[in-house]
Design a protein around this ligand. Structure first.
Ligand code: MG
Length: 471
């Protein structure tokens, strides 16, 4: 009898103290976002001379997405799109006057926008931003005012605050695939929360320090749900690598940088495993826009895609993307379309919270596709904005170009097409064969889709145009 009572007590106690079931537990989210990484810069996406064993492994264990898009072909608007789930044209983070924010910009992501961090914070998540922000460097625009509990990183691009009297980086880069600039050439600061703690940032050590900060945050928050947004400031030029990686890649310093980022991914994944939280954590890896081609070997490669950063050809806006969550994300090469703007609705769905309902979102919940509940993706259209104009639209396999323009710096000049160009992206991923003449019905359909989309865009205050008053 006594034994039976003891057994009963033991059963009740074990029931009461049982860890929450995985269905009830809110998952953690780790977003690793690179800068100017091209579609062809990872081993898993076909690069022949850059070693990315950690990314290749999580790509094989998870899903490798081959049609994953960003919201813009350049830093600031692309980051705004990822964090808000909205096209940057909807909130003034895309401008005809200036493409991105600069150290003299007074604007930033409007306080009225709702970020992934804010939504998750409302659900008890610990949140951190590590790395490049580029959504406004004045205090009111920094991550800690957009739902992040903490921030550590550079507030804008790593080539800003450039000083006079140094060699021309592009010239040196073209001459030497291993070149790196003196640190003091770029007086970009590191900000901790809202305080400058280092200036100029030591960019040789910055990639490993971002990884360390991310791991520190994960360890500190292992027992509650967390979201960490790790936005590497590289491989945007100027390129720097840590001692352990410098000169190690066959691809020159660009390869050294990617291999260091890859090593960091390995360290983060190993930490999740060590803490026993890997089976409750979704890791997403992608980049903000395509490669900056004028820097030649110091820029990345879009692989088989056309053009690069700044362009609405695929090389500017289609990015390598990997989703990893052992036991949940079904291993696959995913050819359905996805976008950085889909992360907010996807994370909301997984965290059991409604996305903001008082505004237009441009994202979809990708979780049924990630978990293998369906093989048909929710997204069938991509809108390609540049400056404040709609340049192109993809619907299914078809992509129409109303305006074309090449890579930032060296590509073909802007051209408005009276007869739009039409490409079949599945049969012609390199956008080589304009088949507009053969498919007038498709042109009519895509012109109508573009018009409906334009009608839905309300003019907003331009956040990128204004400068800090100088006196
Ligand atoms: Mg970028």
């Amino acid at each position: 009898m006594k034994n039976t009572v003891n057994l009963l007590i033991a059963f009740v106690v074990s029931f009461l103290y049982q860890a929450p079931t995985s269905a009830a537990e809110k998952p953690n989210f780790v977003v690793i976002f690179c800068d100017d990484l091209g579609y062809g810069d990872l081993g898993a996406f076909g690069n022949p001379t850059i070693r990315t064993p950690n990314l290749d492994r999580i790509a094989a264990e998870g899903q490798r997405w081959t049609s994953f898009y960003v919201g813009a072909s350049v830093c600031t608007p692309s980051r705004a799109a990822l964090l808000t789930g909205r096209l940057p044209i909807r909130n003034g983070m895309m401008s005809a006057k200036r493409r991105v924010l600069f150290p003299d910009s007074s604007g930033g992501l409007p306080a009225s926008e709702v970020t992934i961090a804010e939504v998750l914070k409302s659900q008890g998540y610990a949140t951190a931003a590590v790395g490049k922000w580029h959504l406004g460097h004045l205090k009111q625009h920094l991550p800690t005012n957009h739902g992040f509990d903490s921030y550590w990183g550079i507030p804008y691009s790593n080539d800003m605050d450039a000083q006079k009297g140094f060699p021309n980086y592009r010239k040196k880069a073209i001459e030497d695939p291993h070149y790196y600039a003196p640190i003091k050439q770029y007086q970009v600061p590191i900000i901790s929360n809202t305080t400058v703690v280092e200036r100029p940032a030591n960019q040789h050590t910055i990639t490993q320090r971002y990884t360390d900060k991310t791991i520190e945050f994960i360890r500190a928050n292992r027992s509650k749900p967390f979201f960490v947004y790790l936005a590497h400031s590289l491989p945007h030029i100027p390129l720097y690598a840590g001692k352990q990686h410098l000169g190690k890649s066959r691809r020159g310093i660009f390869g050294d940088v990617i291999e260091e980022i890859d090593s960091g991914v390995g360290q983060i994944v190993d930490t999740l495993k060590e803490l026993g939280i890997d089976k409750n954590t979704l890791v997403v890896f992608t980049s903000d826009n395509g490669p900056w081609l004028p820097f030649q070997t110091h820029g990345g490669s879009a692989g088989l895609l056309r053009e690069g950063k700044g362009s609405t050809f695929e090389g500017g806006m289609r990015e390598p993307a990997i989703f990893w969550w052992p036991g949940k994300v079904v291993p696959a090469v995913q050819m359905e379309m996805g976008a950085a703007m889909d992360l907010l609705p996807t994370f909301c769905s997984l965290a059991g919270v409604q996305p903001p309902a008082d505004r237009t979102l441009d994202g979809y919940d990708l979780s049924p596709l990630l978990f293998g509940a369906t093989d048909k993706g929710p997204r069938d259209t991509v809108f390609y904005w540049r400056s404040a104009e709609l340049y192109a639209v993809r619907q299914g396999p078809w992509k129409i170009h109303f305006i074309t323009e090449g890579c930032y710096g060296i590509g073909p000049k802007r051209e408005v097409h009276e007869t739009p160009e039409l490409y079949h992206l599945e049969q012609d991923p390199s956008e080589k064969y304009n088949v507009a003449d053969l498919h007038p019905d498709v042109i009519t359909r895509l012109v109508a889709a573009a018009e409906r989309h334009r009608q839905g865009i309300q003019p907003m205050k331009d956040q990128l145009a204004d400068r800090i008053p100088t006196n």
